[in-house]
Write a protein that binds this ligand. Structure first.
Ligand SMILES: N[C@@H](CCC(=O)N[C@@H](CS)C(=O)NCC(=O)O)C(=O)O
Length: 259
């Protein structure tokens, strides 16, 4: 990309909570499509004053000149139309496109939710862990707010997602079910979930599954597996060893360049 191209190119804004795996999904798409962006990170609870301004509640939110997008899938569809790398996240062929969209929906609505709820069950009360997960790159005011309000924020998040031992067990079952669906799809050694190249389906699976796979190339994940509670580490090792886990880890190794 030469300098005149850069100066004529719009720089979009990405509103995030740093550790959010839905935000990582969009960050990865931006990097892959070589779209310049500025990430604006926020601590949970504080993010709401920003997301409200843009007509949303959750992150990620993408603010572009022409429009604002408040859902990761809508964001990916938009980014696909302004790709600067020549790479497309969605295939043109109708049947393949339907497969990609169905898989993305499955990962967004089941895997992403179950992984967040399962992970928070183990980590939400640990101030040091949550400081690393939530505060990186956020405004000073919010970091100070985190220190003062941590017990309140953590209780609020627990309440928002109804996190209990039972819900964590239920979520783990859901994670294993989605991994099994992916195992089956890849059983004939096909390199990608739909078609013969990386699509929004693969990227979404890998980004949303990252917290239970801990890929080394992930730009934000903070924990070392040895530092995690034993039960958590055992599940991570189990999922890393699956066909689906290997697929996501390979995508991180081979296709997660950070610009
Ligand atoms: N369907 C949404 C889900 C995003 C989502 O659940 N984001 C979480 C972070 S992982 C969030 O912002 N939670 C705080 C809130 O809802 O206020 C998407 O794909 O963008």
């Amino acid at each position: 990309m030469n300098h005149s191209t850069v100066s004529n190119t719009e720089v979009v804004r990405l509103i995030t909570i740093p550790i959010s795996h839905y935000c990582e999904k969009v960050r990865w798409a931006l990097d892959l499509l070589k779209i310049p962006y500025v990430e604006e990170q926020h601590v949970p609870a504080f993010h709401r004053s920003v997301t409200r301004k843009y007509g949303g509640s959750s992150v990620p939110i993408l603010v572009a000149k022409s429009s604002i997008f408040t859902d990761s899938t809508d964001i990916l569809h938009y980014l696909n139309t302004i790709s600067l790398s020549g790479f497309c996240l969605y295939p043109e062929q109708a049947e393949l496109l339907r497969e990609v969209e169905e898989l993305e929906e499955l990962f967004d609505t089941r895997l992403g939710v179950d992984i967040r709820n399962w992970g928070y069950y183990y980590r939400l009360d640990n101030r040091q862990t949550m400081r690393k997960a939530w505060c990186k790159g956020t405004p000073l005011f919010e970091r100070v707010g985190f220190e003062i309000a941590f017990p309140f924020i953590s209780a609020k998040v627990r309440q928002l997602y109804s996190i209990t031992a039972e819900s964590a067990a239920f979520s783990l079952q859901g994670i294993r079910e989605v991994f099994e669906i992916v195992n089956q799809r890849l059983a004939d050694d096909r390199p990608y979930l739909a078609g013969d190249r990386l699509s929004a389906a693969d990227l979404t699976f890998a980004a949303l599954a990252a917290p239970v796979l801990q890929p080394r190339e992930h730009p934000v994940l903070v924990a070392k597996i040895e530092e995690l509670p034993i039960d958590m580490a055992a599940v991570i090792k189990e999922l890393q060893a699956t066909v689906a886990g290997n697929h996501a880890l390979r995508l991180y190794r081979e296709q997660r360049q950070v610009y």
